[in-house]
Structure formats: structure tokens, C-alpha cells
Design a protein around this ligand. Structure first.
Ligand code: NOJ
Length: 798
């Protein structure tokens, strides 16, 4: 069963049935002002921080309330409904709705009782307030007397936690005012002054344009009445608010307008919300006296986002693949890049910084679309590398390069809660720096001088050298990098001196990349040093970790082997198999065997499990995943982030059929018709999907903010589509399902347009026969950047 469809032409997902199995969300705004909205208008808003700048309330882990509600009442029949299906929730046989989630805006359309409404929700570009603009149309053939009520539930405190739990304080610090067309909320007014006379303190406003305010409430309880809730506010039932404001109670903004519409007539009422005092609010309100402002601003958002997404447009025979790569996976990469793990319907906004590895990986997802935006964040993350080469496990949002403590400082540990370095954090820099330089050709990036987080500064090249040194300075008993606090897997505690094969492979890959940079720089001695290290590490990994048909997961500090085929549980782990291929450490024979075993032991209808069987009774001491139910999260689920790596690994081996099989099993869009099983939005990746040992196999969790967005993007673009830039040009090596006869890709590469056609009449799944650039046959499937014109036709025959 599906609840909607992909409208690729408009870059929207259209929800046609509002009773979705979970709130299906969209993101509005920027880090300066963020808003999350569900298909039923549930969600919250915040200035800068979801935890500390909360303006609108939301009940987490509950019923998707409250939200940005607009209630409509027929003042003759006294019937009432909402412009989003919920919260009133009219019978769906008579209430029709469509929610269009687009890029930076959501458009909610509804028809009921001869009245059509269309509400555009958005945060204008570079602005710090939000707009809900409702066009209400009388689609019946008689004059209609109606009431419209806009409702915003302010938090009583910027701090989310305080607002929720410290009620003996937060209930007594706010009050509201009504002024002409707006409600103003003051917090701690005695300390910071009143919003009605230019206070600079914490103020919020909720205003409307397009109709006179007939009545209002600034007091939540007055609007709803006792024993009523979001679905049946007393004010709406009564047809008017009682003009009460709050004082020592919960505040809100509720604005009511009585309107009359002739048959066919429309009216636009625009609600505005933000954290501003009266004068600032009035300035904003003045901009919305005509409908043009809204049309113009929404168009600006579309132009901005669509231009970004235009830098890679692919056409394959698989509609779900196209929707994900061209629009939704790409958009999710930008959203994750922007919001990190800060605020969603699962994350309450309490994370006060960027996770090192998460963010360095998130950057990879947008490099092919906006390399310079990626580079800015990459510089930032390099400035969060300690001068010993390790990454700060948590990089505070107000990170101050050159002046930060490190995990060796009790202060840093106390402030961030992160007690130690992780073995892998800085190793993620290698593929990310390589991808940026390869996409842009900007080799001088390596010479840019960037501060370390604690003290000193060095070139990017030197930063990378130190990352290698960091691992080399902390080797375990087998001379592989020591586990330290953890590796990518938060639930795998091998002990400080334990060793993770995954990290060893990441280090190996880092050595490969740095050797390429060092060779380019004629840093001959260092090239030799890296070569020797690489050879040594490669043979250690292959002698200590290769077990006949798989790589083990590592060694605990006490020397116990984890992930051996002899183990009763967790005998097969996904990441060492995919990373053995990605890093290049596996021989062809090892790679083929390991990948085959992955398919045999870990593959399911919903993707590949992170490991199997789940831990139940035979976990080792550091196996924190035992805390989770079997087939859940790190304990044997389909951990979505890892799907990108296995897709990439299969593609690198030229296994297009397998790579695509894994894409299809785990891709949200491919599950559009299975929404009652998957539950999560069919247009975004989640963190994990419950697997075989769960009674709810196929149910996905933790929407939007996940490293999955970037790994799957990379797996599909570099892997399946085979677009693999290097510092001098572009290698094109698709690994596609053999039944695909043709794919086309339009890519902007270093300012040039590439129109790439891949022809596959012979039913291949990898490899190529011929490759042409602008009609000239090339020696191999590699286009040198120096041969590119402004517009180029590239043909690859498989
Ligand atoms: C932490 C990583 O940063 C995150 O991306 C991943 O989802 C989990 N580890 C897996 O345990």
C-alpha cells in the first residue's frame, strides 16, 4: 500500500492519504532558523538550536502534536476542520487532502464542505522567521461565512528541557500581548524589557496579514478550554476566541478572523511567526501585504534548491533510483549536512555539536553537487583535528579552532561527555579530502594552512600526515590501529588496545590516498615510508584477519577474536567485507569470496544486515549491542549506512546486478508501495531497518538525520553509476543491472557540462568496451579534465 507518489518534475513527494503510518516530515529553513513539519502540520521551530532556541513546542514520541495549525469553521453550520487533516481529523471519505513536500517548503492542500484551502509553509531564504500562507477558496455555489483560526503553541522557554520539565519555573515567566494583528510573547520580561517597547530579550510573535483579526488568545487553556484538545478547541467550536492572554500559564498565539467568501472567491491569509519584538515583527508583517511576496519567496527557494540538484541528473530505467539520486537522496544529503544529528522527530535538538566521523562523512554526500560548500565544512572539520592527528569526538557548534581542549583534558570530557579519542575519526578525512580534490581539481587545497583544534596550524597535507601518525602511535598487539574508545560501531568496545579490522582497513585506504598525494608532491621519502607501511599493514590484515571466506571484525584487548566463523553469534560482519574491497586490501579472490558470503549470510529482503546472528546469549564483554533487541540497530539490523559501502564494494568489483539488488532492497523509494511495513517516509533513508529476528522485519527507524544519506549517495554515484573523479579527470565505470540497456547522466564537472550516455546492448553488468569523448575514441574509460570543452558528449559502450 502506498500513501503518495514521487512528482519528480516538481521535485516533490505528494502524500495523497494523510493517515500515513508515521508523521512524514520535511525540513524548512537554515541553521539560523529551522523548522520541521509533518504531513499533518505537526512539528516545531527553533532559532539556531533545537535544544536551546526552541520557539514552538512538539510532543516527542507521541501523537505528532502540536503543530502549525489552521482551523476552519463554517459559521453557519458550525462544522469545523483543519487545513491539514489532523488535528481535527475529518472522515477521509469526505475530507480530501494532498501534502506536497518540496525542497524547503511544504504545500498542504485540502478540500472539505465546498471549501478549498492551500497552505504554503516555508522559511524565506536567509530569513529568521516562518510563513504559513493560506489561500482559502469558496468552491461551492453559495456565499460562505467562515472563520479561520491560526494557532501556534509557543514554548515557555527557549530551552527545550526547561520548557518540558521545569514547570515550577517556566509556567511563571511568560506573558502575552495582543497588538492589532499579532500576539507577542515575552519571557522574563522584568529582566529584559517588554517586546512591545523594543526589548532585546526572548520575544516571539505570531501575526497575520490578509484579514482583520476578529478575536484572539495568548493563553493556551483559554483557546482550547478545559477537557478539550488539539482536535476540538473550544474557541473553534464557539466560533471565536475569548481574547484572554496568558499570565502564569501556558502561552500561545491564536488569531481568529471571520471572513465571507462569494462563490469562487479566494482570500489569502498569511501567518507569520518568529522570535522578534514588536518593531521587528511589524517590519516583517509589512512585507506580506500582497500575495506576490509569498510566490516570489517560494520560487526563490525552488530556484536555489533545484539549481543545486541540477549538477547531476541521471536517467536510468528505474524510476525509484532516479527519484532518489536526482532529488530525495541528494536533498537528504544537504539536510543531513546542514543539521547533522541535531533536530528531527527523534533527535530533540540536544546534541550540542558535530560528531567528527559523522560530519566528515556527511560532507561526502554533497561534494558532487556543491563542492565548495563541502570544502568550507571540510576546512572546519580539519580545524577540529587535534595536533596529535586525532579528531575531536565532538566538535562544539561554537568550536574555536586553536583554543579547544582535547579528550586528554578533563574539561573537554566534562563538557562534551566524550571520554576518549576514537580510532577512526580522523581517518574519514582521507576519502573526503580526496573526493573534494578530485571533484574540483583543486590540488592546492593540500597546501592550505588550517589551524588544529588545540594549538598550532599546518597545511592540509600535514594534517593528513598527522592522522596517519595518530594511528601509528597507537597500535595494538597485532600492529593494527588500537580500538581506543570505539570505531564506527558505537556498540563495539574492543578495549583501548583492542583492534578493529574495519579501522585497519580505513588506515590502509588512508595510506593509499596519501601515497597518491605524496607522489604528486614528489615527497619521495615519505612515499617510500607510506609504501612500506601499506605493505606491512596489508599483510597483517590478510594474515591476522582473513579467515578463509571472510574478514573477522577484530580483536579485543584480551586477544579474543570477534566475528570468527566459529562464533555462535555475530559470526559474520558486513563492514570488514565491504571495506576490504573499498580499501583495496583484499585480493580479487578474497573479495569475491567475502562478498559471496555476505550475500549468503547477511542479505535479506530489506537489505544487508550489519552482522548476524544477533547477540542473545554469546556476546563478549564489550558487545554493547546486546542491549538492543535482536535484529535491531547495531544488534543485527539492516544498519542503513552500511548499505552504501556494500553497494560501492559490489560495484567496484563490477557486480552491477548485486549492487543494484542491494540498492533496491534498502532504498526508501523502492519501498513506496510497502509503506505499511516500512513505516518511515518513503523518500528518506532512516538509520536502520529491523531484520529477520524481529516480528516487524522491514520496519525502518530514525528518519532523516543519518550517515546513510551520504554513504548510499556515494555508493550509487561512484559505484552503480561509476562516476569516479580523480585529481586529473573522470573515470566512468558503471556497474549496472545487466537488463538496463541505456542510462544517461548530465553532470557539471569543473564548470563543464558532461552529457554522458552509457549503452549496454550486450547485457553487461560491469566493464566497458569503448569510450568516446566528443566523438573521439579514448584509450580507456577515462576523460582527462584538460580535454574537456564547455559542453561535452561522452559515450561509454559496455
Ligand atoms: C556512530 C556513527 O558516527 C554513526 O554514523 C553510526 O550510525 C553509528 N556509529 C553506528 O554505531
Amino acid at each position: 500500500m502506498n500513501y503518495g507518489y514521487f512528482d519528480d518534475a516538481n521535485k516533490e513527494y505528494v502524500i495523497t492519504k494523510p493517515d500515513t503510518p508515521a508523521p512524514w516530515a520535511n525540513y524548512l529553513g537554515s541553521p539560523e532558523y529551522g523548522a520541521i513539519i509533518s504531513n499533518n502540520a505537526g512539528g516545531y521551530s527553533f532559532v539556531k538550536s533545537g535544544a536551546n532556541g526552541r520557539i514552538l513546542r512538539y510532543h516527542f514520541n507521541s501523537d505528532d502534536t502540536p503543530g502549525r495549525y489552521i482551523y476552519i469553521r463554517d459559521d453557519e453550520t458550525k462544522d469545523y476542520w483543519s487545513a491539514s487533516w489532523q488535528p481535527v481529523g475529518k472522515d477521509l471519505s469526505v475530507y480530501k487532502s494532498e501534502c506536497h513536500h518540496g525542497t524547503g517548503y511544504t504545500n498542504m492542500k485540502a478540500s472539505y464542505a465546498g471549501i478549498d484551502t492551500e497552505v504554503l509553509y516555508y522559511v524565506p531564504m536567509n530569513k529568521t522567521y516562518e510563513v504559513w500562507s493560506m489561500k482559502i477558496t469558496n468552491a461551492s455555489d453559495r456565499v460562505r461565512k467562515l472563520s479561520a483560526f491560526g494557532y501556534a503553541e509557543f514554548s515557555n522557554e527557549d530551552n527545550y528541557n526547561q520548557d518540558q520539565v521545569n514547570l515550577q519555573y517556566t509556567l511563571f515567566i511568560t506573558r502575552t500581548y495582543f497588538k492589532e494583528n499579532k500576539i507577542l510573547q515575552a519571557i522574563n520580561e522584568n529582566c529584559t524589557g517588554s517586546p512591545v517597547n523594543g526589548s532585546t530579550g526572548k520575544n516571539r510573535f505570531f501575526a497575520q496579514t490578509g484579514a482583520q483579526v476578529t478575536s484572539y488568545n495568548g493563553n493556551k487553556d483559554s483557546f482550547f478550554g478545559k477537557y478539550h484538545s488539539y482536535g476540538d478547541p473550544k474557541a473553534v467550536i464557539d466560533g471565536k476566541c475569548n481574547n484572554e492572554l496568558n499570565y502564569n500559564s501556558n502561552s500561545c498565539g491564536a488569531l481568529h478572523s471571520a471572513i465571507e467568501l462569494q462563490p469562487g472567491e479566494s482570500k489569502v491569509i498569511t501567518y507569520l511567526l518568529g522570535s522578534k519584538n514588536e518593531a521587528e515583527a511589524d517590519e516583517i508583517i509589512a512585507r506580506y501585504q500582497s500575495e506576490d511576496a509569498v510566490c516570489k519567496e517560494v520560487q526563490e527557494l525552488k530556484d536555489f534548491w533545484h539549481a543545486k540538484l541540477q549538477n547531476l541528473v541521471v536517467k536510468t530505467p528505474d524510476a525509484a533510483f532516479n527519484s532518489m539520486i536526482n532529488i530525495w537522496n541528494a536533498y537528504q544529503c544537504f539536510i543531513t549536512f546542514t543539521w547533522s544529528r541535531a533536530a528531527s522527530f527523534v533527535y530533540c535538538g540536544e546534541r550540542n555539536g558535530y560528531g567528527y566521523r559523522d560530519t566528515v562523512q556527511d560532507i561526502q554526500g554533497i561534494i558532487h553537487l556543491d563542492p565548495e560548500q563541502a570544502a568550507d565544512k571540510l576546512r572546519f572539520m580539519l580545524s577540529a583535528q587535534v595536533d596529535n592527528g586525532g579528531g575531536l569526538p565532538l566538535v562544539k557548534f561554537d568550536h574555536n579552532p586553536g583554543h579547544e581542549g582535547t579528550p586528554d583534558d578533563p574539561e573537554y570530557v566534562k563538557e562534551t561527555g566524550h571520554p576518549a579519542y576514537r580510532a577512526d575519526d580522523a581517518l574519514w578525512l582521507f576519502p573526503t579530502v580526496y573526493k573534494y580534490i578530485s571533484e574540483t581539481g583543486n590540488k592546492s587545497f593540500l597546501d592550505e594552512v588550517i589551524p588544529f583544534s588545540n594549538k598550532g596550524e599546518a597545511t592540509v597535507y600535514e594534517h593528513l600526515k598527522r592522522a596517519i601518525q595518530f594511528s601509528e602511535d597507537r597500535l595494538g598487539a597485532h600492529k593494527m590501529p588500537a580500538g581506543l574508545h570505539a570505531d564506527w560501531n558505537d556498540c563495539l568496545r574492543l578495549g583501548k588496545a583492542g583492534e578493529s579490522s574495519f579501522v585497519a582497513m580505513q588506515l590502509y585506504y588512508g595510506l593509499v590516498i596519501l601515497k597518491e598525494f605524496a607522489t604528486e608532491k614528489n615527497d619521495t621519502e615519505y612515499v617510500k615510508y607510506l609504501s612500506d607501511l601499506q605493505d606491512e599493514l596489508g599483510s597483517i590484515i590478510n594474515s591476522e584477519c582473513w579467515e578463509d571466506d571472510r574478514y573477522i571484525r577484530g580483536f579485543t584487548e584480551a586477544g579474543q577474536v570477534i566475528g570468527s566463523k566459529q562464533d555462535k553469534e555475530a559470526s559474520m560482519w558486513l563492514n570488514p567485507q565491504s571495506w576490504a574491497v573499498i580499501s583495496g586490501v583484499a585480493s580479487k579472490e578474497q573479495a569475491e569470496k567475502a562478498l559471496e558470503k555476505v550475500h549468503e549470510e547477511l542479505n535479506t529482503a530489506f537489505g544487508v544486515r550489519v552482522m548476524a546472528p544477533s547477540f542473545k546469549q554469546h556476546a563478549f564483554k564489550g558487545a554493547l549491542s546486546l542491549l538492543f533487541n535482536p535484529s535491531t540497530k547495531e544488534n543485527g539490523s539492516v544498519f542503513s549506512q552500511t548499505q552504501g559501502w556494500i553497494i560501492l564494494a559490489e560495484s567496484l568489483m563490477g557486480h552491477g546486478n548485486r549492487a543494484f539488488e542491494y540498492f533496491k532492497e534498502s532504498s526508501p523509494a523502492s519501498q513506496n508501495d510497502n509503506a505499511d511495513v516500512r513505516i518511515l517516509e518513503p523518500y528518506v533513508h532512516g538509520q536502520f531497518t529491523e531484520s529477520a529476528e524481529s516480528p516487524f522485519e522491514g520496519r525502518a527507524h530514525v528518519h532523516w538525520l543519518t550517515g546513510t544519506a551520504s554513504t548510499v549517495m556515494v555508493g550509487c554515484v561512484e559505484g552503480i553509476l561509476g562516476l569516479r573523479p580523480d585529481p586529473d579527470g573522470l573515470c566512468i565505470a558503471p556497474a549496472i543491472p545487466s537488463e538496463w540497456k541505456e542510462i544517461t547522466m548530465e553532470k557539471v564537472f569543473r564548470g563543464c557540462k558532461l552529457n554522458i550516455t552509457v549503452k549496454n546492448e550486450n547485457g553487461a553488468e560491469g566493464g566497458y568496451k569503448e569510450c568516446y569523448l566528443n566523438g573521439v575514441k579514448l584509450e580507456k574509460n577515462y576523460v582527462s579534465a584538460t580535454d574537456l570543452k564547455d559542453v561535452n558528449d561522452i559515450l561509454l559502450v559496455m
